[in-house]
Design a protein around this ligand. Sequence first.
Ligand SMILES: *[C@@H]1O[C@H](CO)[C@@H](O)[C@H](O)[C@H]1NC(C)=O
Ligand SMILES: *[C@@H]1O[C@H](CO)[C@@H](O)[C@H](O)[C@H]1NC(C)=O
Ligand SMILES: *[C@@H]1O[C@H](CO)[C@@H](O)[C@H](O)[C@H]1NC(C)=O
Ligand SMILES: *[C@@H]1O[C@H](CO)[C@@H](O)[C@H](O)[C@H]1NC(C)=O
Length: 268
Amino acid sequence: MGVSFLFISCLAYCFTSISFQQKVLFTTKFTIMELDFKTSNSTLLVRQNAEMFSMDYDYKNKFIYFPRYHHNDIMRFTYPSTNITLETVLKTGTNPSGLAIDSKFDHIYWTEIGTSSIVRCNLNGTYRYTFPETIRNPFVIRLDLANRLIYYVERRDGIIKSSFNLSEKLKIVTLNERVDCMDLDIDEERLYWITYDKGELKSASSRGNDVQQVISTNSNINNYALRVHRSYILYGSDTKLMKLNKKPGSIPTELYNDKNAINSIYVD
Ligand SMILES: *[C@@H]1O[C@H](CO)[C@@H](O)[C@H](O)[C@H]1NC(C)=O
Ligand SMILES: *[C@@H]1O[C@H](CO)[C@@H](O)[C@H](O)[C@H]1NC(C)=O
Ligand SMILES: *[C@@H]1O[C@H](CO)[C@@H](O)[C@H](O)[C@H]1NC(C)=O
Ligand SMILES: *[C@@H]1O[C@H](CO)[C@@H](O)[C@H](O)[C@H]1NC(C)=O
């Protein structure tokens, strides 16, 4: 009895953990796509004439949220879903680019490069709060929910680590060049980013030291997207979606190639 019970619960667990790793979402200039890691099959989820440079997931209510850079709004859709319908969450200030969900307190955080600010609201778009700090060219935002820390990128200046109320900040990495993507590796306490013009994929400790060049993306334009996913780094190299094992010396593999640049990536 005991043995067969164990066997069944292991099957259920294994099935769940495998199915969670199977999909990655990414966007191009006109589309939101889903790619199945196992089959390499890609599916069009949404076609729209709007650029977006980030997306994040609200696990509790199963919504993907994303900002539309030129439309100045934040949209969401239920995922997974067989019938995807976009819903406007709220209108934003000029050029919202980075977005992250605080699933602990049910907040959306986003950066507005056009207004030099970081803004927060509830998941349904109510109670908007614009932090009073002026932030130069904020493009990327990531949340370390366990340690209650915000990491954001000032596009040509640096990577900043800050408290959730933004009143205590520290520039942990100085950038003298444009950077449009960055992600946290929570497990290994590191940061990864790509320099936009040279395509250098770099990493540092979450304190900002031990800066290393990981690889070159071999693209000197459109280095917009990067996500750390378990032992892998997924990134956009112009029109290509690439996958790289974090182990030093690994060779990246191509998952997908589009007509347009890869603008953002989301993976569980
Ligand atoms: C790929 O996806 C399409 C559309 O969802 C489906 O019709 C097709 O069977 C899939 N192919 C594979 C190999 O899974
Ligand atoms: C898809 O969802 C929309 C909005 O909820 C609804 O109006 C439409 O009928 C749905 N279409 C299908 C095929 O279920
Ligand atoms: C929006 O969410 C907040 C926080 O969960 C809630 O208090 C409020 O009633 C919601 N408003 C609407 C219009 O749904
Ligand atoms: C901001 O957050 C930090 C760390 O949580 C805290 O020490 C500080 O008192 C807060 N400042 C304000 C003005 O709330």
